[in-house]
Write a protein that binds this ligand. Structure first.
Ligand SMILES: Nc1ncnc2c1ncn2[C@@H]1O[C@H](COP(=O)(O)OP(=O)(O)OP(=O)(O)O)[C@@H](O)[C@H]1O
Ligand SMILES: [Mg+2]
Length: 290
């Protein structure tokens, strides 16, 4: 598999040259494999939003390079628009950007801007709405008539309708109730599985990252603290705690069991995996070792 994103020695400074300059990212290098689902975690202010803003050229590196699909996106700044279409970025609270008279027009906004035919725009709007669980009756409504969760899904559908090669979501479930969170994230996962689109998900919720991501990038004060498979990252619970982060509840339970001397693995991060381990232990006669 090839890399969809390659970041080389990226640094980003807000207010460069000013007395109050802030180094938000400091010499970061990593890459993202095409077709993967990468979670990005890190405490407030560590640089998550600044980093993902580089993927479609909203932020321009102070130093270093960003490659999307093997192309240096700033090689020819006049062509940056092409990468804005290739990388779909869902900002925090994207529903504040809904502004058209109907939900249909809002979802169609990106594809229309891309200069696609009316027929293709229509195909994309209906497909994106379906992925986001918005039925036809909703499309003719004003975005302002929708519930909070529906608004959020309409805003996400607008990005999906651009059919990006890379979908980046900054806290897409923030502020929603648990049911709303699960609905949105499982729709994103289904979109990822069915279309093969690479996804980058920024979240404060370790449970969500554990449930959906294959790999996790941990940022700390503008540096990469870890970048590994989800199980390898959550197995480093102690270090995560030192970075002011947490681990999924089920991981905490298994770490406590290890402290009690039970021979259970340290990298248990989903409930189904935990259930399997318990089942196997019981099948062995519940002797305390797995
Ligand atoms: N527009 C800005 N001007 C100046 N400094 C900024 C600006 N935006 C962010 N910063 C600073 O850059 C650093 C990284 O911020 P960033 O928003 O990328 O963090 P984050 O990890 O997304 O945080 P959060 O979890 O709160 O969303 C912080 O120190 C922040 O104060
Ligand atoms: Mg942020």
């Amino acid at each position: 598999m090839s890399d969809i994103v390659r970041v080389e020695h990226l640094s980003y400074i807000y207010g460069e040259g000013m007395p109050d300059a802030t180094v938000a990212l400091d010499d970061i290098s990593f890459s993202i494999e095409e077709g993967s689902f990468v979670g990005v975690i890190g405490s407030t202010g560590c640089g998550k939003s600044t980093l993902i803003g580089h993927f479609n050229g909203i932020n321009r590196p102070s130093k270093g390079k960003i490659y999307i699909g093997g192309e240096d996106i700033w090689e020819n700044p006049k062509e940056i628009r092409r990468f804005r279409f290739m990388v779909g970025l869902v900002f925090q609270y994207p529903e504040y950007q809904l502004f058209e008279e109907t939900v249909y027009k809002d979802i169609a906004f990106g594809p229309v801007n891309m200069g696609l035919s009316e027929e293709e725009v229509n195909r994309r709007v209906l497909r994106a709405a379906k992925f986001c669980g918005l039925d036809a009756a909703v499309l003719s409504k004003s975005p302002f008539e929708l519930s909070g969760g529906q608004k959020r899904r309409a805003a996400i559908a607008g990005v999906l309708a651009m059919e990006p090669k890379l979908l980046v979501l900054d806290e897409p479930a923030a502020g929603l109730d648990p049911e709303g969170r699960d609905t949105i994230l499982s729709q994103v996962k289904r979109f990822h599985k069915e279309t093969g689109t690479t996804v980058v998900l920024v979240s404060h919720s370790m449970e969500d990252i554990a449930k959906y991501a294959d790999k996790v990038l941990v940022l700390n004060a503008g540096h990469i603290a870890m970048y590994d498979t989800t199980s390898a990252v959550f197995a480093r619970a102690q270090e995560l705690l030192q970075l002011g982060l947490s681990v999924p509840e089920v991981t905490k339970v298994f770490l406590r069991l290890r402290e009690w001397g039970l021979a259970v693995p340290a990298d248990v991060y989903t409930v189904p995996y935990a259930a399997n381990i318990v089942r196997e232990a019981l099948a062995k006669g519940g002797t305390g070792t797995c």
